[in-house]
Design a protein around this ligand. Structure first.
Ligand SMILES: Nc1ncnc2c1ncn2[C@@H]1O[C@H](COP(=O)(O)OP(=O)(O)OP(=O)(O)O)[C@@H](O)[C@H]1O
Ligand SMILES: Nc1ccn([C@@H]2O[C@H](COP(=O)(O)O)[C@@H](O)[C@H]2O)c(=O)n1
Length: 211
């Protein structure tokens, strides 16, 4: 069974994907980390994230990079969004994602193009969203709890810039896939969002069984 979870930055898709993983006993891949790894590698080598050849050269990272705490920063998230517009970069990361998705027993992947490009035949597809202000507030709370000094206005600007870039790029833009259910977490606690996600997945699985 493959479950695709897509949505914009800080919508809560990673939290939901992990909870679904525990509920259904499936491994989870946060595909944003792959793009973050490329962004970080470009930064470390002094390359230009907007230059396709520089970004493509950074796609040869090893999987152990994916646990580096440096990947989690807003700055690296922004670099990830810049390298992710290049078609060749996206292509270079497809195999890792499809291999994960098609492993025996099934898998859950969260990202921006899971239900549209990576696994369009996924058994269940959820598009998680939330308002820009709620998402920025989540980033703000995260940063505060890690001893940071976040600035709300720049978090809002960063999320808006990322949304615009992710939704308007030519290749695999962020959009709700055919057959995906929308889950707006703006006014939901984590527990409520997870319960709703499980109910949506169960209903999609049941519809497939009956089809
Ligand atoms: N429904 C919710 N209510 C309150 N906080 C939430 C909710 N869902 C997630 N959060 C919190 O918001 C933050 C971002 O969530 P998460 O990492 O799941 O988002 P994401 O969409 O995977 O982000 P990104 O892909 O941009 O890294 C986390 O601190 C998480 O605990
Ligand atoms: N399937 C994906 C996943 C991510 N991206 C790009 O990476 C950026 C960082 O992603 P996070 O989920 O870690 O915030 C994101 O803004 C996208 O530009 C992608 O293109 N496809």
């Amino acid at each position: 069974m493959i479950i695709a979870v897509d949505g914009p930055a800080a919508s809560g898709k990673g939290t939901i994907a992990k909870a679904l993983g525990r509920h259904y006993g499936l491994p989870v891949l946060d595909t944003g980390l792959l793009y973050r790894a490329v962004g970080l590698a470009v930064l470390k080598t002094g390359g230009d994230p907007d230059h396709e050849a520089d970004a493509l050269a950074a796609c040869t990272f090893k999987n152990d990079v994916l646990s580096e705490p440096a990947l989690r920063s807003e700055a690296v998230g922004s670099l990830a969004s810049r390298v992710s517009i290049h078609q060749s970069v996206r292509q270079a990361l497809v195999k890792r994602q499809r291999d994960f998705a098609t492993q025996p027993g099934g898998a859950i992947l969260d990202g921006r193009d899971i239900a549209t490009v990576i696994a369009p035949d996924a058994d269940a597809k959820i598009f998680v969203t939330a308002s820009v202000h709620v998402r920025a507030q989540r980033r703000y709370d995260d940063a505060l709890s890690h001893g940071g000094h976040p600035d709300m206005d720049s978090l809002i600007a960063d999320i808006q810039a990322r949304d615009t870039r992710d939704m308007s790029r030519d290749h695999a833009p962020l959009r709700v896939a055919d057959g995906a259910d929308l889950l707006d977490t703006s006014n939901l606690t984590i527990d409520a969002a997870v319960q709703q996600a499980i109910a949506l997945v169960d209903a999609q699985l049941e519809r497939r069984r009956q089809a």
